[in-house]
Design a protein around this ligand. Structure first.
Ligand code: GSH
Length: 210
């Protein structure tokens, strides 16, 4: 039995979907960012950064989403992460693109919205943050012009994280443009029963699929 600390619709949802995909039993603990529960003294003892996801297995605490995904897929021999060689390298590359490039691009915009107050040039900085996000989505659209999923004919964990991140786009006060092939991919991923189950449990509406 795992315990997952999550916030509805946050990057932790990718872990939630993957736990559903592998059929693991999980105890869910909602530390809603919107309600500030991620900053409670109790949760800060679990993760001093106040961030989700956190996965607990026995007495072991895991706090980085990318590492949690790789660990779960390997342990449960999931097809969402190829076992070896170049297919694994490619799947890891796209997973890290989502975790270490696309996610931080959104985080930058959210940080500006939350922390920059009325500082001069804030709107311009937000526009620059959104431009970078849009450039990344263009790269994804181009990739999907030759691939059904990010890594070929079958979905990997990267497609799940990509789909989760896209759903944050409406929270940015600048236009975020995502192409039709990418939105079609979201549609396929969101239809999976593991994703539907997570949306329902977290009470999140998916808005980005075509
Ligand atoms: N590097 C961390 C980043 C996690 C992260 O940024 N989580 C966000 C939700 S998507 C969060 O908890 N934000 C609340 C905060 O930073 O206060 C990971 O990939 O697990």
């Amino acid at each position: 039995m795992y315990k997952l600390y999550y916030s509805p619709g946050a990057c932790s949802m990718a872990i939630h979907v993957i736990l559903n995909e592998i059929g693991a039993s999980v105890q869910l603990e909602n530390v809603s960012i919107k309600e500030g529960k991620n900053r409670s003294p109790e949760f800060l003892k679990v993760n001093p950064r106040g961030q989700v996801p956190v996965l607990i297995e026995g007495s072991h605490v895991m706090r980085e989403g990318g590492a949690i995904i790789v660990y779960l897929c390997d342990k449960h021999k999931s097809n969402l992460l190829p076992r070896e060689g170049l297919p694994r390298a490619e799947a890891l590359e796209w997973l890290m693109f989502c975790n270490a490039t696309l996610h931080p691009a959104y985080s930058r915009a959210f940080w500006l919205m939350k922390k920059a107050g009325e500082v001069q040039g804030k709107d311009q900085m937000l526009k620059m943050a959104a431009d970078w996000i849009n450039q990344l989505w263009q790269e994804v659209e181009q990739r999907l012009s030759t691939h059904a999923y990010l890594c070929g004919d079958a979905p990997t964990a990267a497609d799940i994280l990509l789909t989760v991140i896209a759903n944050w786009s409406g929270n940015i006060p600048q236009p975020i443009t995502i192409g039709p092939k990418t939105r079609a991919l979201f549609g396929k991923i969101v239809q999976r029963s593991a994703y539907q189950k997570a949306l329902q449990a977290e009470q999140v509406e998916y808005k980005m699929a075509s």
